[in-house]
Design a binder for this molecule. Sequence first.
Ligand code: ANZ
Ligand code: ZN
Length: 821
Amino acid sequence: MKPYTPQEIEPKWQKIWNDRNAYKTPENENDRPKFYALEMFPYPSGEGLHMGHVRNYSMGDLVARFKRMRGYKVLHPIGADAFGMPAENAAIQRGVNPREWTLSNMQKIKEEQVRLGLSYDWNRYVGTCTPEYYRATQWLFLLCYERGLAYRKKGSVNWCPDCQTVLANEQVEDGKCWRCDSVVVKKDLEQWFLRITDYADRLLEDLDDLPKWPEQVKTMQRNWIGRSEGAEVAFSIPELGDEEVTVFTTRPDTLYGVTYIVLAPEHPKVEQLIHGKPHEEKVRSFIEKVRNQSELSRTGADVEKLGMDTGAKAKHPLTGEEIPIWVANYVLMDYGTGAVMGVPAHDERDFQFAKTYDLPIQIVIQPHDEESPSSDMEAVYTGEGVLVNSGPFDGMDNRTAIGAVADRLVEEGNGKKTVTYRLRDWLISRQRYWGCPIPIVYCDSCGIVPVPAEELPVTLPEDVVFDGKSNPLTTSESFVTCTCPSCGGEARRETDTMDTFVDSSWYFLRYTDPHNTEKPFDAEKADEWMPVNHYIGGIEHAVLHLLYARFFTKVLHDAGMLKATEPFEQYFPLGMVLKNGSKMSKSKGNVVSPMDIIDRYGADTARLFILFAAPPEGELDWNDSGVEGSHRFLNRIWRMVQLNQELFQNRPDPKPEEKASKELYRLLHRTIKKVTEDIEDRLQFNTAVSAIMQLVNGINAYPQDADRGTLVEAIEKTVILLAPFVPHLTEELWQQMGYQTSVHEQPWPQYDETALVQNEWEIVVQINGKVRHKSTVSAQADREEVERQVMAEEKVKQLLEGKTVRKVIVVPGKLVNIVAK
Ligand code: ANZ
Ligand code: ZN
């Protein structure tokens, strides 16, 4: 018998698929339903693919192949998220050209993807660093600019001193750079922003229209957008004439408990308030110190609340009382109005602050079950209750009071109801070379001038210096100096490039029309495929990437370029790959190289193990014996076909008549149903594999003398069911079984509904309490019918010969006991 040699079979079929252009996306086949299966595209690092990638692609490929067999026209593309800092760092550290470095990594990853047997349409490959692609990214930037969604603003930005670049809020983790772990500082710079906050409400509301997204991911997005309903309340500052300071609060019900006002140190009013005061200089140096603290180190729950009294006073809008105005680190300038009303009795942060600086604490909410408010507070009370010390609102439930106090403020002209978001506009400027240049020039006479669309792309220059200090683009004279598109005079080119998250916010649209040289994509082509039906990728992208992609989709929809309002109908977060219980990582030395596994066992074994070993959303613990087990299973499949080679030559018709063949037939059809539903409805690929394994056990236990036609059918269908999991092996076996076509072009098997129900039961026949015989009866038969059938059997008649039957006891589905003498 020929042995199973994946090392030969796999490259052979990869070449044939490639020569046949087997996974080319169907075009203009409007009679078939579409399915867009997508996996997050990889970053082309020099290391090639890791097991997380393999897991992601194995699942995506399974879905794509399954849907093709189910009759869908499928778009299943791949590309590379190819801009970004590692290429530039390689240039700085090793003097390599970032473009060449990236392109060769892309090539390497493509080859590895081919070795995995993934059914991508390679004609639609998209690399975000190619001029064809970034030209389109620039086009989209200009679209945003035209629509007032791209703007330049001087802002206090997160700056990584090590990477020498600005970071988006999302890229600051625990106050540190997400890439290099350096402590992030604040810096004032002119930057480009995209106005994602204009879409905050829609980004929030439309989450409700995504039933196939995990609830957990929607919650993460909701929290990120962070919508807060509340009120703005104006406090006048008598010493500045008519001037006011406006605070944002979600708790107007606590208004009578305000004992001070706190401004963010960056608040524009601060200068006026401290001007001429004795401690003016001290406040200023305090402000300088706070400004350099990161957002997290200012607002963390366990961070020390630091502040200073400005010496100025504000007037309470309802009581007229004078209260001090402070500045403090825990108030942020870019949230709400940058000013807070301090209610130490009922707000945790205010409570800590008031304790530190000995500010008065005024209780205004009393728990429902208490008689009278305690005067001396040990701890803050943040719960619900009844208003006290609140003038006309005393006795009111605090939830009711939220609206009532706000209404009162509105009536008196001291406030308005507002909504605030945690979401900030998206800072896209990067002082980096290896990114998409922002297509803008600066002219002394015309100001900010967008590069006309026909002049795109603004190409990355080659004459740059990578010294690891400043933005390399500023070192290219030929790039920086340009002519103004508007007046023809001398101008300077923008040297910021875009955050790579811009590139990945629309790549799924490019796949629908990857070779378009005029527009990013054609509306009709995009509408044919969008939305993506199934998107798989790491949960680490659940906030940033998915939110930005949703934002871009909505902008393009509004611009009339796209019907879809959401990019991904279903998002499936991929579980992590572990080894011996901990994350695979170089530092732990527990990395299993996918290519080593392929060399040793073949891609099919790797794919099967990955799909079988854990539910897709769960963590996958890589273990060598599990891999061996999957390999053994594929060997069994291989042998099963080899041993029955002869049968495939004459291929008898199935005649499932006697017991064994009926049973195998039922097992086969049950398996088809289970595998179909596990993939289609539940995405439980692991249980689908174990169902197929049980079927194979059934086939191996099938008696030699039972109907051969049923056996042939079961083996063939097993091979078809396995095709999306192990594409090479099944293709090879399909050929060995005598077929000229590809197994991947077979229609997915239908199950025979009537075969699923159990028609017959085996029951035990006892005579005087002793088991004497086994008999098969119809499952539908009632007691009398069972008795009639059993008593009519030859064998039973023999056993009863010479005896008189006294009584027959029937237990349906189990036994018949005959009492006889
Ligand atoms: C008075 C008050 C009393 C507050 C109380 C809370 C509880 P969320 O829910 O996150 O939107 N706040 C407003 N602007 C701020 C800023 N720029 N920096 C820091 N804190 C700020 O939080 C809204 C609450 O956070 C607001 O309601 C305000 O404190 C504070 F018992 O006002 B509150
Ligand atoms: Zn000009």
